[in-house]
Design a protein around this ligand. Structure first.
Ligand SMILES: Nc1nc2c(c(=O)[nH]1)N[C@H]1C(S)=C(S)[C@@H](COP(=O)(O)O)O[C@H]1N2
Ligand SMILES: [Mo]
Length: 323
């Protein structure tokens, strides 16, 4: 058996085990609060039927999320915080703006374009787009470049599944994503805080890493609009701004995509945006972070704690230059 450092929140390989643990915790809890045995078991059974074929309908949970802890004993950030303290500049620049104003977004029907340097481009409805994926729960840390962080239970599938379907050409070295551009649905786009549409990108090997997922749900429900409905990127070893929301396109490219934040200020924000406590933002330290709900600041971990899994992607690269 592979012995792992107890340093990690469930990653791809250990998710099934964590789900199993969580299920036991759930059963324990629900017995404790007197949930009817058969009905309770039914709820658990449907919540954790295990990895299945992709479906855009995420599970609607009656799970007791407060009972779920990660292996590091890092508590999940409460759902209330995850869904009301957001960055989504298409709806305003204050943390509370997305939850207040994102109701104008229409996440269904939804279309995603796959194009650029690939043998198998296409235009997909959401249900068809996610079809190659295997849906699963993933609990990840999220570290914003602004030095706050959360621990979030996503529901989604590995990005590499849809990359494989597209069959990128040998010349494709990067993949770029874009958010919907529609100032009617996204009134914040009437103001020029960013060069719309929001865009982000990954090197293809980063994008194929099993920790990189596309999420369609959070906390056992479909993504609320403010979290990037109906589908958003989650790359847990990078700063949160790489996690582009409400994605409408995926393009394979030879050159490095010119992502929104680098475009806005290339001195402060780079393409890689790997979480790194040793590389400070020009205006503040990245050595520590404020975990929402906690009083003391905690130390920021290299690659947000996923160093064992992802360091190999950057072998030989100077992380100060490629920030
Ligand atoms: N389209 C779009 N995607 C975005 C953003 C944004 O403003 N627009 N903000 C980013 C930033 S800075 C962060 S920290 C995360 C926040 O995700 P959350 O609100 O779901 O926690 O979304 C990222 N994705
Ligand atoms: Mo962020």
């Amino acid at each position: 058996m592979l012995i792992r450092k107890p340093a990690d929140i469930p990653s791809s390989e250990i998710t099934p085990e964590s789900v199993y643990i969580n299920r036991r915790e759930f059963i324990g809890k629900s017995a404790g609060i007197g949930l009817a045995g058969a009905a309770g078991a039914g709820v658990v059974g449907s919540m954790f039927a295990g990895a299945g074929q992709a479906s855009a309908q995420t599970q609607v949970g009656q799970r007791d999320w407060s009972a779920v802890r990660t292996e590091l004993d890092e508590e999940l950030t409460p759902r209330e915080d995850v869904t009301t303290y957001n960055n989504f500049y298409e709806f305003g620049t204050q943390k509370e703006d997305p939850a207040r104003y994102a109701q104008t977004l229409q996440p269904r029907p939804w279309t995603i374009e796959v194009d650029g340097l690939c043998a198998n481009p296409g235009t997909y409805g959401l249900e068809d787009f996610i079809q190659p994926g295997t849906m699963e729960d993933r609990i990840y840390r999220m570290r914003c470049v602004e030095a706050w962080s959360m621990v979030i239970p996503w529901y989604g599938f590995e990005l590499r599944s849809v990359i494989d379907r597209a069959e990128p050409l040998g010349s494709a070295r990067y993949v770029e994503f874009k958010t919907l551009h529609d100032p009617v649905q996204m009134p914040g786009q009437r103001s020029r805080v960013l060069d719309w549409p929001y865009s982000e990108g990954l090197r293809l090997d980063e994008a194929r890493h099993p920790l990189a997922i596309l999420a369609t749900g959070v906390y056992g429900q479909d993504l609320p609009n403010q979290n990037g409905a109906p589908i958003r990127l989650v790359v847990p070893w990078k700063y949160g701004f790489k996690g582009i929301k409400s994605i409408v396109s995926m393009t394979f490219m030879e050159q490095e995509p010119y992502n929104s934040w680098k475009r806005a200020n290339s001195y402060e924000y780079g393409f890689y945006a790997n979480v790194n406590p040793a590389v400070n933002h020009p205006r503040w330290s990245q050595a520590r972070e404020r975990r929402l709900g906690e009083f003391r600041r905690r130390e920021t971990l290299l690659f947000n704690g996923y160093v064992d899994q992802v360091a190999g992607l950057y072998a030989g690269m100077d992380l100060r230059v490629n920030y």
